[in-house]
Design a protein around this ligand. Structure first.
Ligand code: PEP
Ligand code: MN
Length: 338
């Protein structure tokens, strides 16, 4: 249920409504908009009629939410959410690019990648220290050593760090190093992990599950918000379909659909969606044209030697030209990468 307060409502009115909802066993979340405050009440007893809320001072109207999610919805928050990562703002006018290798392989490899993506205009460095590999025999990541290299690369370049957290047991350690916690596609419906990142004061990059509908994906984001962490960035990374010419099928329609259903920012990862480097640039540009707030691009100093996802990683040259082209597309849609 959503209680929309009128423009004259003061904090006493808001408190009175919140307390009534809490007494009825509901959890209350406030959305303080520019125009008015919206109160989201979540729990299993959200029947509008039980409370006579519309008779309370300061209440404009009450909306019974028909969708299974509340806090991630546009009804709860009308304005776009802008997520601060240090001095960066994700979801604002600027398009942010998270770029770097699939996996942190060595100090030298990561530092080289960090310098080159920064020079080309990326603002966030990506690199997996814990890798969810399909094969148990594939390179599994450098773990804490990889996190240390990421932190060193941040200190050298000023880039922010996004890296994947695979389970609750390693979360405290990953959270110590990362600026943004990535939940991978395979873990999108790991509700225990979602509840755990909800308790950490760090933005979360929530990738769409390979077979997840947009509604299921938003429900996962709802877990994180309901647990108290409002800083969720969604990431479309392709879904599994009958088409096998590409690794996955990039669902770019998710961008405008998410923008309409939710206030959360959405970025696009064409690298994991397409799976081949030559398709990455066209779809990255299409993503920006479609309204994405950012990109996640795999870049490797030497893709032919990569321990992970080399076939979809851009070379330094290709990444530089992509960033120049992205800037032109961004300007055409009223945005910018710098
Ligand atoms: C990744 O970003 O390295 C990754 C494993 O992506 P996904 O979870 O989308 O497969
Ligand atoms: Mn990868």
């Amino acid at each position: 249920m959503i209680v929309v307060m009128n423009q004259k409502a003061n904090h006493k009115h808001i408190n009175a409504v919140s307390q009534r909802l809490q007494r009825a066993g509901l959890q209350v979340h406030l959305s303080q908009g520019v125009e008015r405050t919206i109160i989201g009440a979540i729990g299993d007893k959200t029947r509008k009629g039980d409370f006579a809320l519309e008779a309370m001072p300061g209440v404009d109207h009450v909306v019974t939410i028909l969708k299974p999610y509340t806090l991630v919805s546009r009804a709860f928050k009308e304005e776009d959410t802008v997520i601060k990562v240090g001095d960066l703002e994700i979801g604002g006018q600027k398009i942010h690019t998270m770029a770097g290798p699939c996996a942190v392989e060595s100090r030298e490899q990561l530092f080289e990648a960090a310098e080159l993506v920064k020079k080309a205009g990326a603002t966030i460095l990506r690199g997996g220290a814990y890798k969810p590999r399909t094969s148990p025999y594939a390179f599994q990541g450098l773990e804490e050593e990889g996190l240390q290299y990421l932190a060193e690369a941040r200190a050298r370049t000023g880039l922010k760090i996004v890296t994947e957290v695979m389970d609750a047991s390693t979360l405290p350690m990953v959270a110590e190093y990362a600026d943004i916690l990535q939940i991978g596609a395979r873990n999108m419906q790991n509700y225990f992990l979602l509840r755990a990142v909800a308790k950490v004061n760090k933005p979360v990059l929530l990738k769409r599950g390979v077979s997840a509908t947009i509604e299921e994906w938003l429900m996962s984001a709802e877990y994180i918000m309901a647990g108290g962490n409002y800083n969720v960035i969604l990431c479309e990374r392709g879904i599994r379909t009958y088409e096998n010419a590409t690794r996955n099928t990039l669902d770019l329609s998710a961008v405008p659909v998410i923008k309409s259903l939710s206030h959360l920012p959405i970025i696009v990862d064409p690298s994991h969606a397409l799976g081949q480097w030559k398709y990455v640039s066209p779809m990255a540009k299409a993503a920006v044209a479609a309204g994405a707030d950012g990109l996640l691009i795999e870049v490797h100093p030497n893709p032919a030697e990569a321990l992970c996802d080399g076939q979809q990683s851009l070379t330094p040259e290709n990444f530089r030209s992509l960033m120049e082209e992205i800037q032109r597309v961004a300007v055409a849609v009223g945005r910018s990468i710098i």
